[in-house]
Ligand binder design. Structure first.
Ligand SMILES: Nc1ncnc2c1ncn2[C@@H]1O[C@H](COP(=O)(O)OP(=O)(O)OP(=O)(O)O)[C@@H](O)[C@H]1O
Ligand SMILES: [Mg+2]
Length: 383
């Protein structure tokens, strides 16, 4: 692919598309995005923004023909159009057939079994009634986790069923999968990359830290505090996954580490990921640049850390506020050494909406966490 004349297109104009556009800007690549409104985060940063729906066949087909290389920032796009574009010889990464598997958590889980990649045991169900029947039959015992096969994100397609009352009231509608409740010592994630010429690279492991009250991931710390053996095994597993999917660009892999030190694949995303945001400031290559390198078949960049430690926190809309966004104490946070603020430019805030993120760098994990905690206390998105 020629720099800087290759036109790169992304389905989706959210914050991931925006950060990809900013990375593409370094090489002055013409960058295009498709989404329903140019007021979305990527709108102001693209060479061209096409208004359309990435779920509509015609819109995706039209957009795909405008660019040389097509990629995504979200999985929930029209696959039929991508398959058609592929038949017409267009370059699409990740490849549509892999995306089709990843989009559906049921197919994704079956894929891991097929490929011998460790994952929590599961079963597919068509309806909530069939789940209740399986419990009555004794085939499944409480507690377990139910996940919608499609369209779940940010924990919205996940229901933890612990009690008979949950079984009566909390089952999600439609086709889903049941998963055994995994005892989790740590949740970790890593982003790996691959290009067409066969190079692969892995970013350092990230540890997800949860807010015990909200049950939301609040901090992502890099490097993860795990043994070198676990770090090596996690990297090998993620690289095996990207090879198995046979995709170019990024694959973000979410893993569970169990108390008996087993690693299980939870889910993957074939695109830049929350767990890689810290790389913008902390690594020699950002995940966004690496994705572009991967999809354009350029040499992959170095993934090593430039600093000893980084902690990322998502800037979420403060509960109780909805309307035009204001950033309380932004000045004070911008004045902190090693603190990097990213605002996504979403016009209105809503409770828990992802409005931005902040990466705090430190000479030690403790120093980075101390800054992140301070930012979390200070920086609030209100109206
Ligand atoms: N089998 C399981 N056992 C125990 N906890 C689980 C299990 N599956 C999921 N969880 C918990 O639920 C969280 C969300 O699950 P998952 O990542 O599959 O859903 P998601 O909707 O894609 O979430 P996100 O978009 O936030 O990554 C996990 O990070 C984990 O904390
Ligand atoms: Mg997840």
């Amino acid at each position: 692919m020629k720099i800087p004349s290759t036109r790169l297109g992304v389905l989706g104009g959210g914050q991931l598309g925006k950060m990809m556009a900013l990375a593409a800007g370094n090489w002055h690549l013409p960058f295009f995005a498709l989404d329903t409104s140019r007021d979305f985060p990527a709108g102001s940063f693209c060479t061209g923004f096409e208004e359309g729906n990435f779920n509509h066949y015609e819109d995706v087909l039209r957009f795909g023909k405008m660019v040389d290389v097509l990629t995504i920032e979200i999985e929930h796009v029209n696959i039929a159009a991508l398959l058609q574009l592929e038949r017409e010889g267009r370059v699409i990464h990740p490849r549509p057939a892999a995306l089709q598997i990843i989009k559906d958590k049921g197919l994704q889980k079956q894929f891991y079994i097929e490929k011998g990649l460790p994952t929590a045991s599961f079963e597919l169900f068509e309806t909530p009634e069939a789940i209740r029947e399986a419990v009555t039959r004794g085939a499944w015992k409480l507690p377990f986790v139910q996940k919608s096969r499609t369209d779940g994100y940010d924990g919205r397609g996940v229901s933890v069923i612990r009690t008979e009352q949950d079984l009566a009231e909390k089952l999600l509608p439609g086709a889903s999968l049941l998963e055994e409740m995994v005892p989790i010592e740590k949740e970790i994630a890593l982003v790996v990359a691959r290009n067409k010429r066969g190079e692969t690279a892995a970013f350092p492991l990230v540890e997800m830290l949860f807010d015990p009250d909200a049950n939301l991931v609040t901090f992502l710390a890099c490097p993860a505090r795990v043994s070198p053996e676990i770090a090596i095994a996690a990297e090998a597993l993620a690289l095996a996954a990207i090879e198995a999917y046979d995709i170019c660009g990024l694959l973000a892999v979410e893993l569970f580490l169990t108390p008996d030190q087993q690693l299980l694949v939870n889910e993957v995303a074939p695109r830049p990921h929350n767990s890689g945001h810290h790389t913008i400031e902390s690594c020699n290559t950002s995940q966004f640049e690496q994705h572009i390198r991967g999809v354009l078949d350029l040499p992959l960049g170095s993934t090593s850390l430039k600093v000893p430690a980084a902690v990322m926190l998502n800037l979420l809309g403060e509960p109780g506020y909805e309307g035009p966004a204001l950033y309380e104490n932004l000045d004070q946070c911008l004045g902190m050494e090693g603190v990097h603020v990213h605002l996504y430019g979403k016009a209105t805030t809503k409770p828990f909406r992802k409005m931005g993120h902040v990466t705090a760098l430190g000479e030690t994990p403790e120093a980075a966490m101390e800054k992140a905690l301070k930012v979390k206390e200070l920086l609030k998105v209100k109206v």
